[in-house]
Design a binder for this molecule. Structure first.
Ligand code: ATP
Length: 359
């Protein structure tokens, strides 16, 4: 049985570096607790690296990602660092395309002890996962936009292959959640009433849903979903959607539980997987040591779950449960309160509080 795992760490820019330090500290402690070693090697990439070297995602870094058992990613991009076409330097998008990480998995749940931005007491029931297609959709247009006189055109691309695999991923996830006693329901989110591309997406979703008779499904338009996710987020289990809609709704669902610092994520493909907080580099708070590291710590737990499944090493899943339960206790015991929730706990305070409650 494998006892040591190689992890490629890409801290990136801004608070990406700060929350990555927290995750590395946490994984060292979890490793001791479960009898596994995480050999974590930092690699350069990001907007600052682009300024320093002319490269945002060096080939050596991408090769190291391919050679590792898993990839941990902080955050990348700085508002003032832009390419010739005016768009930001965003290597996380390049990695998704390079490693074919097609399923962006964004779980959200309420944590007892933290104030909720929603007034309803049912907010305590929020427990959903958004699955965002991450290799095509409207993001296909990135770097391919065309100018026609004074009009700019970006193209949305929806393929049978790309849609089938991400819908299957969401349907399988719902099956797994059902086995854990959750609802096991997938809501497809699209705009099939307006766009051919989205009507095709819905047709494929409905075809694939038939192959999973134990999973209940429905479909909704993205505008109605923006409303319902605020009005009754507790009603949803698994959502699956196109790349751009997923980008927007991920931030919306993070807000439902208090902010970006609570939203972990995974970008999963058939051969590789990358784990990163759903937030960006947060230049407004970078360098102050006040970023909430929870999203990154929970992303590390998602990495352990994925590695456990891939290598048949259930001890790693125990490590993931230890992290989740330590986070839960740190907040429910009132040991720390992140700045996003009006508290004054610093990144290091939150990391320490979680590590102290492991095991
Ligand atoms: P990107 O486009 O790269 O995803 P973004 O424009 O969505 O980035 P973020 O960097 O995620 O922006 O920041 C959005 C807001 O959330 C900012 O006010 C930022 O300070 C806050 N924020 C993000 N992450 C955290 C965190 N870990 N802790 C505290 N506040 C955070």
């Amino acid at each position: 049985m494998k006892k040591s795992y190689l992890v490629a760490a890409l801290p990136g820019d801004g608070i990406g570096k700060e929350v990555m330090d927290a995750a590395i500290e946490l994984l060292a402690a979890v490793g001791v607790s479960i009898g596994r070693t995480f050999h974590i090697v930092r690699h350069p990439a990001g907007a600052q690296h682009y300024l320093d070297s002319g490269e945002s995602l060096p080939t050596e870094t991408l090769d190291a990602c391919r050679a590792a058992d898993a990839i941990l990613f902080g955050a990348m991009g700085l508002p003032h660092v832009r390419g010739a076409d005016g768009t930001e330097i965003i290597p996380q998008l390049d990695i998704r395309f390079a490693l074919d990480l097609y399923a962006g998995v964004r779980p959200i749940r309420t944590w007892p002890g933290l104030p909720s931005p929603l007034a309803s007491t049912r907010a305590s029931e929020i427990d959903l996962v958004l699955v965002r297609e991450s290799t095509e959709g409207l993001f296909y247009a990135r770097g391919r936009g065309v100018m026609e006189g004074e009009a700019a055109l970006d193209t949305m691309k929806i393929t049978r292959h790309g849609t089938t695999r991400v819908c299957d991923f969401a349907l399988q996830l719902a099956q797994q959640r059902k086995a854990q006693g959750k609802r096991g329901h997938v809501t497809n989110v699209d705009k099939a009433n307006v766009f051919l591309s989205m009507a095709y997406w819905r047709q494929i979703f409905e075809e694939r849903a038939k192959a999973f008779p134990d999973v209940s499904t429905d479909s909704a338009y993205v505008d109605a979903m923006a409303l319902n996710l605020v009005m009754k987020p507790w009603a949803y289990d698994v959502l699956v959607t196109e790349n751009m809609f997923g980008d927007i709704l991920s931030d919306l669902i993070a807000a439902l539980v208090g902010g970006m610092g609570m939203a972990p994520s995974a970008d999963i493909g058939d051969d590789y997987a990358l784990f990163q907080p759903a937030h960006g580099t947060a230049p407004d708070i970078a360098g102050k040591g006040i970023a909430n590291p929870t999203a990154m710590l929970l992303s590390a737990a998602m990495m352990l779950d994925w590695l456990a499944h891939r290598h048949g090493d259930s001890v790693l899943a125990d490590g993931a449960r230890q992290i989740e339960s330590a986070v839960q206790r740190a907040f429910s015991e009132g040991a720390v309160l992140p700045g996003e929730f009006g508290g004054s706990s610093k990144t290091a305070d939150i990391t320490r509080a979680v590590i102290e409650r492991l095991g």
